[in-house]
Ligand binder design. Sequence first.
Ligand code: SF4
Length: 489
Amino acid sequence: MRWTKSRLTELRHRLGEAYPDARCALDHRDPFQLVVATILSAQCTDARVNLTTPALFARYPDARALSQAQLPELESLIHSTGFFRNKAKNLVGLGQALMARHGGQVPCEAGALAALPGVGQKTANVVLANAFDIPALAVDTHIFRVARRLGLSEATTPEKVEADLCRLFPESTWIELHHQLIWHGRRTCDARKPACGACPVAELCPTGSGRIADPHTGQPVTPAPDTASTPTLRPKAEGPQRIVSLVPSVTELLAQWGLVQRMAGRTRYCVEPRWIRNAVPAFGGTKDPDIAGILAQRPDLVILEKDENTLAAAQAFEKAKVPVPVLVLEIRSVAEAREALVILGRRLNAEDAARQHIAAIDAVMEKPRSSKRRSQRPRTLILVWKDPWIAAGEDTYLADLARSAGFRPIGGQGYPRLEDADLEALAPDVILLPTDPFRFNARHQKALTQRFPEAMVKVLEGKALTWMLSRTAEGLVRLRQERATILAL
Ligand code: SF4
C-alpha cells in the first residue's frame, strides 16, 4: 500500500502518541559534549556512553583540553565504550581541528561538521538537530530497519533511506521523527523479534501485516509475544470483578498485577501499557469521566486519586441510584505510595503482588544520610509546566520522590505558578524538567541552561517520575542516577 499524505500523518500521530517522551538519549550540556558523546556511541549503547562521559568531561571540559589529551589517559577513560584506540585518536583530532579551524567551538554547518575527525554525516545530523535545533534526520541502525519494515524506503544504504524519509516528511517534523523512530526500533520493532502484536503502527506496516517479507531478515516476521501483556503475577480471583480505574498509573499497576481481566473501564488517559486501549473501554478523562457510561458498566469498585480526579466524580458514584463503592487514594509522598499499595493489595485481594511491589521500592530507597552528605543535596526546582511556569512544590509526590533520591526540592507548596523573577530568586542548583505532563525537551533545556548557567538543567523521562505506584521504584532509580551524575560533574 502506498504511503499517502494522510497515512504518513497517521503514522506520525501514532508514533507521537506512543513515544511522547522521545528525545536524545545521550547526556550533554552543549554542542561540544554532544559531538564527543555521539562519537563514543558508535558500536556502543547510549547508557554506557552516559556512564563514561561525566568523568571524561570533568577531565576534558572543552576542545582545548581535548586537543592536548595524552592518548593513554584518554583511552583508559573511554575504554568501556569499545574501539577505544580509534575513538581516542578521533577525539584528540576533533579537539585539534576545532581549535585550529573553529576557535574551539563546534560549527553549526553540516559540511564543516562532517569534515571533523570521527564525524560522518550521521553524527553531523545528530549534532545539528540536538545541539542547534537545525532540522536533520540522522539514520542510525534502528531507523534504517524500521523505515524499511514500514515500507517508507526500499533503499539499501542509510544515506538513501535518509533521503527517502526527508522527501516523505515535512522538514519541521524531522527532529521529532528521528527520536520517535529510534525509540520505536528500540522498544517495539526489535531487530530479531519485532513485537508486532503490541505495535502502535501495526495496521500501517506492510511487514507486520505479512504483505511483505521482513526486509531486515528476508523472512516473514514471527512476532514476539507482547511480553508487556503477560501478567507476571496471578492474584486470586476473589475481590472486585468489575473495577474502573480513573487513575492512569493505577491502571498500569493493575496490568502489572495481572488484573486487567477484572477491569470494566478506564479513562482515555490510561494508556499504559499500550495494549490496554484494546482490552478495556475508556470513559472520558480523569477530570471529566463519563459517569453515565461508567455506571452502565455496573462497576463494583471505582478507584480515584485526590489530585488526579475530582471530588464531584467520587460523589457521583456514591450517590448514584445504585451506589458504587469508591476507593479514593491520596498520594503525596513515597510513604503514601507504599500505603496505597497496601490498601490496593488488600482491597483487590492481591496482597502478594503489593508486597513484591513495596519490596522493589524499599530496595531502592535512599539510606539515611550522614550530616556531611546531607550538604550534598542539590537545591532542586522541579518544573511541571511552562507558560506559565508551574513547579512541583515541596509537599508533592514528585518532590518527595526527588527528596528520597537525595535532592533538596525547593519552590513552595502545592503546584505554585512562578514568574521568571521567582525562578531567578530561587537560584536552584538543579532544574529538573520531567517530560510528563508537559513535554519538556532539549530546546527547553538549552534555553534554561543559557538563562541559568550556574544550574544543571536536566530533561527526565516524565512518567517514571509522575506515575506513582506503578513506577515509583523506577522513578527513584532514575533520580538517583541523575543525582550521581550531577555530583560527579
Ligand atoms: S508491525 Fe512489526 S515490523 Fe512493523 S513496525 Fe511494528 S513492530 Fe515493526
